[in-house]
Design a protein around this ligand. Structure first.
Ligand SMILES: [Zn+2]
Ligand SMILES: [Zn+2]
Length: 339
């Protein structure tokens, strides 16, 4: 089988090469991959900024179809359209596993970093990880269900969003635009912050219902931020950039809530004394849990999230380098690879 393998350390250690697909056990299914999204985490793994167990096939944001199943698998049939949880291997009896918080298990191995992932034509997975794709959702859209589940973890499960609150999202990439839409689905309006490199993305944010967009690195933008002062009930930092974290801290109100949605990939400087003086509550979310997937799939089924507009480019697996370049350039939004 051919797959996009991270062979070891070093930026040039990512290669499309032969690997051997795990044998199907009685609780497994063989999934034919339709699309796999390039995630910020894949870019971090490529640059050795996020750990992986080498050699490993990358990719965890996939949609696919069951083409073979083990004899114990009853809840799924051949031809079923599926997506899956990423925490594939866990101990199943620590205090976190017992509460369904598999990302926090010390033994966890995730798809595309701890075990082989979905930048490949096929993937073998335990059927217990799978979810059916709602019938109104295409394979292309379904490839965004993993990032949506991660956003649900942060917005719904780790932050308490209420209708009528003043909410600011910083970073209009895929994660920021999903965050905005999940907040809107909870009845609150969002002001979206970006930089002058994000003009197209900010336009899309407006199309998707942003109350206001602010370009923070312009004169007008910094003037507008001053006008707003520290008025936001909740800020969601979605860019993984240190200056954005500081902007979020400056605009959140006293006793407000700061939620970190994405990874920075490195240590950053942050004004913790400033946060103390405002008595800020912090939260964040580590990828997604089964509870997050159930909510994400419901939102998709009810048509409350526009996923289609977030897919900017599709490349074949052979053209993965172009896809990764595009994803790194901030020129597009979600880039999918299709095997
Ligand atoms: Zn991801
Ligand atoms: Zn565990």
């Amino acid at each position: 089988m051919i797959g996009l393998v991270k062979k070891g350390k070093g930026e040039d250690s990512l290669e499309l090469m032969e690997f051997s697909l795990r044998n199907l056990s009685e609780n497994d299914v063989l999934v034919k991959i339709h699309y796999t999204g390039i995630c910020g985490t894949d870019l971090h793994i490529k640059k050795d900024e996020y750990p992986a167990e080498y050699p490993v096939v990358l990719g965890h944001e996939f949609s696919g179809e069951i083409v073979e199943k083990g004899k114990n698998v009853r809840e799924f049939q051949l031809g079923d359209r599926v997506v899956s949880l990423t925490a594939a291997v866990t101990c199943e009896n620590c205090e976190y596993c017992e509460q369904g918080m598999f990302m926090l298990c010390a033994q966890r191995k995730s798809i595309g970093s701890g075990i082989d992932g979905a930048f490949s034509p096929y993937l073998v997975l335990p059927a217990s990880l799978l979810y059916h794709i709602p019938s109104n959702i295409s394979y292309k859209e379904a490839a965004l269900s993993e990032p949506l589940a991660c956003v649900v973890r942060c917005v719904v499960e780790r932050t308490d969003v209420k209708a009528g609150q003043q909410i600011i999202v910083s970073g209009p990439g895929t994660i920021g635009l999903l965050t905005m839409q999940v907040v809107q689905a909870h009845g609150a309006q969002v002001k979206m912050l970006g930089t002058s490199e994000d003009l197209e993305r900010l336009q899309l944010a407006e199309k998707l219902g942003a109350e206001e967009t602010i370009i923070v690195d312009t004169k007008e933008g910094s003037q507008r931020l001053k006008e707003l002062g520290d008025s936001a009930d909740i800020v969601f930092e979605c860019s993984g950039a240190a200056p954005s974290a500081m902007t979020c801290l400056s605009i959140v109100k006293k006793q407000g809530h700061y939620t970190q949605v994405g990874l920075f990939g490195k240590n950053i400087e942050f004004d913790f004394d400033g946060a103390l003086k405002k008595e800020i509550t912090f939260s964040n979310g580590y990828a997604s849990e089964p509870s997050s997937w159930r909510i994400a799939l419901q939102l998709m089924e009810k048509g409350q999230i526009d996923l289609k507009s977030l897919v900017s480019d599709i490349y074949s697996l052979e053209n993965w380098e172009k896809g990764f370049e595009k994803a790194e350039s901030r020129g597009g939004l979600k880039v999918l690879l299709s095997p």
